[in-house]
Design a protein around this ligand. Structure first.
Ligand code: HEC
Length: 140
């Protein structure tokens, strides 16, 4: 039993050498939206969907760091508010639709994120504001 524990500790120490790339690239043309909308996205989405990620301390500890970095990398790929100004009008319309789709169904923010970041949880009021801003149909 003791041997298992030692091996386990050694593995945990060993994987710390596989660090991840935690970068915040420059913000280009950021999101152009009313402050109350931007405020909601900043507290609920920006950690994964912008270049202004607040990297938490546990993002430095493997294997959690791998999961966090992966979410940010994937998140930025799908939607990056820091690149908003570079989107065409058509792409903006489409992205807004996608945003409402995710918010309406409670698919975003990711549940494991909301679990730790209570400020990221969206109230009915937040959702209503997002719905209006995205120009989508009535809440369901
Ligand atoms: C903890 C990280 C994280 C947070 C916080 C987060 N997202 Fe995401 N988001 C992701 C990841 C990872 C993906 C890509 C994989 C997926 O769709 O699950 C994604 C995908 C998306 C997509 C694209 C879906 C598609 O079909 O391509 C939209 C839109 C989106 N998120 C909106 C939001 C909004 C709006 C918020 C805040 C209310 C938010 N996300 C918060 C990680 C996050």
């Amino acid at each position: 039993m003791k041997k298992v524990a030692i091996v386990f500790v050694l593995i945990i120490i060993g994987i710390q050498f596989f660090s991840v790339n935690k970068t915040n690239p420059p913000v280009n043309e950021g999101l152009d939206a009313p402050p109350e909308i931007k405020g909601i996205f900043k507290r609920a989405c920006y950690d994964c969907h912008s270049n202004e990620t607040n990297w938490p301390w546990y993002a430095s500890v493997a294997p959690v760091s791998w999961l966090v970095a992966d979410d940010v990398e994937e998140g930025r790929k799908h939607l990056n508010f820091s690149e908003w100004g570079n989107l065409t009008r058509k792409k903006i319309a489409h992205t807004k639709e996608e945003i409402w789709d995710e918010v309406k169904n409670d698919d975003m923010p990711l549940w494991q994120y909301s679990l730790i970041h209570s400020k990221a949880r969206l109230s009915q009021k937040d959702k209503e504001l997002i719905r209006e801003w995205t120009g989508q149909g009535e809440a369901e």
